[in-house]
Design a protein around this ligand. Structure first.
Ligand code: DQA
Length: 146
């Protein structure tokens, strides 16, 4: 089983980008922490980032076609992308939505999530740990099934 971790716009800037909100860890730090946990469970990790909505739509479709669960931080597309919402729904993708910050505690325009409406669940507000908690949720779910 491979877990697909998909990251949207501006997450390539992590570490330098508003560290008081998003923390000082880089996307590469997050990738390597997830990789260590995946290796200990015998899971493969696919880890991607794009600033383009269409890439994320395609990657959601591809992961779903491979029956791979997705950890998705869609960045600002969370709050705007009906295309991404439709991709998750249409492909019946299993998605855990993650955010570094807690969007509900921020500006009002971040309160609506089109991803949450079609996600298994959401983990927000724990910085890089949000991704690791999402991975734990998928591992626990996979163990329950097997
Ligand atoms: C974010 C929250 C979004 O509102 C924002 O646009 C991001 C990052 C987060 O991880 O906290 O780009 O998804």
């Amino acid at each position: 089983l491979a877990v697909h971790v998909l990251n949207g716009p501006n997450l390539n800037l992590l570490g330098a980008r508003e560290p008081e909100i998003y923390g000082s860890e880089t996307l590469e730090d997050i990738r390597s922490a997830l990789m260590a946990r995946c290796e200990s469970e015998g899971l493969a990790l696919v880890f991607k980032q794009s600033n383009c909505e269409g890439d994320l739509v395609t990657w959601v479709q591809e992961a779903a076609a491979a029956s791979a669960p997705i950890i998705l931080n869609a960045g600002a597309l969370t709050h705007s992308s009906i295309a991404l919402h439709d991709a998750i729904k249409g492909a019946r993708a299993e998605v855990v939505e993650v955010h570094l910050s807690n969007p509900q505690a921020r500006e009002e325009f971040r309160h609506r999530s089109y991803v949450a409406l079609v996600a298994r669940g959401t983990i927000s507000g724990f910085g890089a740990t949000s991704y690791l908690l999402a991975l734990e949720a998928l591992i626990a779910g996979a163990k329950r099934k097997s």
